[in-house]
Design a protein around this ligand. Structure first.
Ligand SMILES: [Zn+2]
Ligand SMILES: [Zn+2]
Length: 142
């Protein structure tokens, strides 16, 4: 588990102009615990279990801070609410049409995409490819 030490989280928040709060730590922990790309509402439901007085507004605020300081990325798949992913390594998302789960696919494991060449003049800063289909579990069941 890639749990970040409290002081590292603190530092990351501070360098981006955010204050460290127990709520931000908690929301970050929730994301690290289950890397299944929850929506803000799902994060809220989980965060409430150990911090009953946290509000949905606070959860949104925490997620926003974590995204802005580069600890979490917001994932927008074609349908549904934005999801949150604490994996900052270069990866793509695979969405299973059957169970709806979202999986991280390491770009190293994909042929042909490690070197994307763009037409002249374009400069790549970020890439996001969403893949769809069946996850191994669903594929073996159907
Ligand atoms: Zn991800
Ligand atoms: Zn599936």
């Amino acid at each position: 588990m890639q749990r970040m030490e409290t002081n590292q989280l603190n530092l990351r928040l501070a360098t981006s102009g955010f204050r460290f709060t127990a709520q931000r730590q908690h929301v970050y922990d929730v994301l690290l615990q289950t890397q299944d790309h929850p929506t803000a509402e799902e994060v809220f439901m989980r965060a409430k279990q150990n911090m009953p007085d946290i509000s949905i507004a606070t959860v949104y605020n925490c997620l926003d801070a974590l995204v802005k300081c580069g600890l979490v990325r917001q994932v927008n798949l074609d349908r549904g609410a934005a999801r949150y992913c604490p994996n900052m390594k270069d990866h793509f998302h695979f969405c299973c049409d059957e169970c709806g789960k979202v999986f991280d696919i390491d770009t190293k494991d994909l042929d042909g995409v490690s070197q994307i060449s763009l037409p002249g003049g374009f400069k790549l800063t970020q890439r996001e490819i969403s893949l769809r289909g069946l996850c191994p579990e669903c594929a073996s069941r159907l």
